[in-house]
Design a protein around this ligand. Structure first.
Ligand code: NDP
Length: 246
């Protein structure tokens, strides 16, 4: 049976790019969306746009690196809407560089946001989803979670980890609960992600990527598909990339 009630969906990294597009698309489809990121003003603007469009949305400032912020985010969603149907663990950064540049601070940032952020999200919602006996956690990995290229070693490592965590969640939860786990692995997508690159060598190559990129609404569409499938059907992973991306 289709889920008829509007779903309550938390989206991290909802202040731009894939997260923003996902929030807007899901709200258009009738979901109640809870937007989170660090840039609160951006979130408020997006919430207003969703509401002007007839949708239902709220936002809260949350840094995924802070386990406490993520607990507050989950509580905020429960206070607003009484349940949590979906968490989209989307927040991420990509300050890629060659290992021999020794950008240890950026390696740590990627591990903190891309891996620990996802784990903090799971920790914040899993008890509620187990209590509800239903829920869906969507983790945004990457094509780089399947491949390693020069400059992507640490970023790829974080995105391989996201896939391992998602699959771990699926195999642990599937026998006993109705909690679904989906990996979304995008290719090159229009967003602000390239702005997180600090290495001048990689920045110089960035225009090559942007020329290929697809709309974040293509990725949002894949996320919506996974959410909208009936609850007896788990979409475990979707890889989606520009046709011209090798
Ligand atoms: P954007 O840079 O446009 O969006 C990233 C989002 O993450 C922003 O909303 C940002 O908000 C948020 N964010 C970053 N750090 C934190 C933090 N510490 N706490 C909370 N939120 C944070 O890029 P994308 O939309 O492209 O990125 C979304 C996801 O898609 C990422 O996981 C990325 O790795 C993945 N991806 C993107 C691809 C692409 O080509 N664009 C390809 C493959 C995967 P704020 O700064 O306000 O906190």
């Amino acid at each position: 049976m289709e889920h008829v009630q509007p779903k309550v969906v938390i989206i991290t990294g909802a202040s731009s790019g894939i997260g923003e597009a996902t929030a807007k698309l899901l709200a258009q489809q009738g979901a109640k969306v809870v937007l989170a990121a660090r840039r609160e003003e951006r979130l408020k603007t997006i919430v207003n746009e969703i509401k002007q469009d007839g949708g239902e949305a709220v936002c809260i400032q949350a840094d995924v690196v802070s386990s406490e912020d993520m607990q507050k985010l989950a509580q905020f969603a429960l206070d607003q809407y009484g349940r949590i149907d979906v968490l989209v663990n989307n927040a991420g950064v990509m300050p890629v560089s060659r290992l021999n540049e020794l950008r240890v601070v950026e390696w740590t940032q990627m591990i903190d946001v891309n891996i620990k952020g996802v784990l903090h999200g799971i920790a914040a919602v899993l008890p509620t989803m187990r209590e509800q006996q239903s829920g869906h956690i969507i983790n945004v990995s990457s094509v780089a979670g399947h491949e390693v290229h020069p400059t992507s070693a640490v970023y790829s490592a974080t995105k391989f980890a996201v896939r391992a965590i998602s699959e771990g969640l699926r195999v642990e939860e599937s026998p006993s609960s109705r909690i679904r786990s989906t990996i979304i692995s995008p290719g090159i997508t229009e967003s602000e992600l390239l702005q997180t690159i600090k290495s001048p060598e990689v920045q110089a190559m960035a225009s090559h990527f942007t020329a290929l990129s697809i709309s974040p609404y293509r990725i949002a569409g894949a996320i919506a598909y996974a959410i909208n499938e009936p609850e007896d059907t788990g979409i475990n992973e979707i890889i989606i990339r520009p046709t011209l991306q090798p």
